[in-house]
Design a protein around this ligand. Sequence first.
Ligand code: FMN
Length: 506
Amino acid sequence: MKSTAYQELIIPQESAGCFLCENAPCTKACPYGLAVDSVIRSARFENTKGAAAKLPQELSCLTCETQECLSSCLKGKIGNPVDIPNLLEAISMNEAPVLTDIDLSIDFCGVSCENPFFLSSSVVGSNYEMVAKAFDMGWSGVAFKTIGAFVPDEVSPRFDAMHKESVPFVGFKNIEQISDSSLHDNLGYLKKLKQNYPAKIIVASIMGRNLGEWEMLARAVTEAGADIIECNFSCPHMAEDGLGSDVGQNPELVAEYTAAVRKGTSLPILAKMTPNIGNMEIPAMAAVKAGADGIAAINTIKSIMNVNLSSFSSGPDVNGVTSVGGYSGKAVKPIALRFIQNLKACEPIANVPVSGMGGIETWRDAAEFIAMGCENIQITTSVMQYGYRIIDDLIEGMKIYLAESGFSSVGELVGKALPQIVSTEKLERDSICYPRFNRTACVGCGRCVLSCYDGGHQALTQNDNDGKPVMNASKCVGCHLCAVVCPVKAILPGTRVKKKRNEAAS
Ligand SMILES: Cc1cc2nc3c(=O)[nH]c(=O)nc-3n(C[C@H](O)[C@H](O)[C@H](O)COP(=O)(O)O)c2cc1C
């Protein structure tokens, strides 16, 4: 029997290394007809139990005589294929979940949504066919690509991704503006979507250049059949001044434009906020006071990345130059959660519904946003990278989590994490939680010792015989850097002990 550490390592490592091919050759090659790609994808998107449920009990890939999945794996063309037999074996070590059919429906701003998962306003929802495909696959709503009364001139290229330590898309930068379709065409898409998908939720994202345009756009998208209007006060790279995040940073403008939208519609209004500001609560309160029913957060973060050290241009490189653009994807998730917590901690708007986004890839990310107080979830970057198909594991993973945690609806999870965020002065400072070393799991690599010395308090030394750490408790401050860097998760929180205070020093 392989160890849990092995299982915990091989599943993320091998599934992250998989190309996640469309029309995957491994699935076509499997002599037992197993949807290998779907199992690996579920594991990649943190739905390991869902992955395990897809494996037939009697099948062991390790004893498969053909192992054609390996010879067909496209990763093999440039090196070693994904270790599919061992990966599937590790997945099968997980207990398959009891799949109760939990209802994921949730009410958001008075609108009933079949599940909390929406495409966020961007290229991923910019015409009828795209959104129809996403709806057919299970997305419950779309914040349609921002519609304006003008068509922006776009640059090429307009995207770049940050890669680090073999992780693609640590973060993603774009310098795309609002929709490049005409207002007429966009209204046509909204109308047709609502006609053909009446139960799905259409959020019309709009951006005006003056009060009259905001009101006109609100009226037009309402007539076209939108369910909710989202005001784009937050695009950080509009070519024209006074638009996007220039508005979101200015509470007076936010209030004026929200009021203009309110004049043009009776639909629920969301104000989509910029993270390029210290205190999002201030413009958010201005929006709510002026008639917004909810907040959407976050839009992208102003960024510069990937400086080419030969040409000194950075990405995306438009004829040798670039501009500050919007950063999104998994790197921004902690920043998004922090802004959302700030909104929820702000008493005058604490009960205002929030649609959360920024770096959501998996059901687990989504559950964290919901626990931080969001009733609704929006996603772009992960869809750009992996396609609409991520909805399968968002839905299944969320259902399994809710069922196994004793929740009977998504609504019960909303805000569960909020009481656990307190201001720094309220944190307990009288005790130390020492690390606990699992010596069986430890492989003696010495990484904890190295980090404790160079980045901590020199409390660990390496045993000469087996390389495993030895702790000097009198030096340990319980910072847990050792646990964070351990590659095999062999260091866990241990006993919490009252601090010995040096009375003379205090
Ligand atoms: C290519 C691209 C285009 C975007 N276009 C818009 C837009 O038109 N309107 C808008 O409100 N937000 C736009 N966004 C921001 C996203 O809706 C979202 O707020 C942000 O990317 C964070 O979510 P994510 O990490 O899931 O991508 C865009 C993002 C990207 C990556």
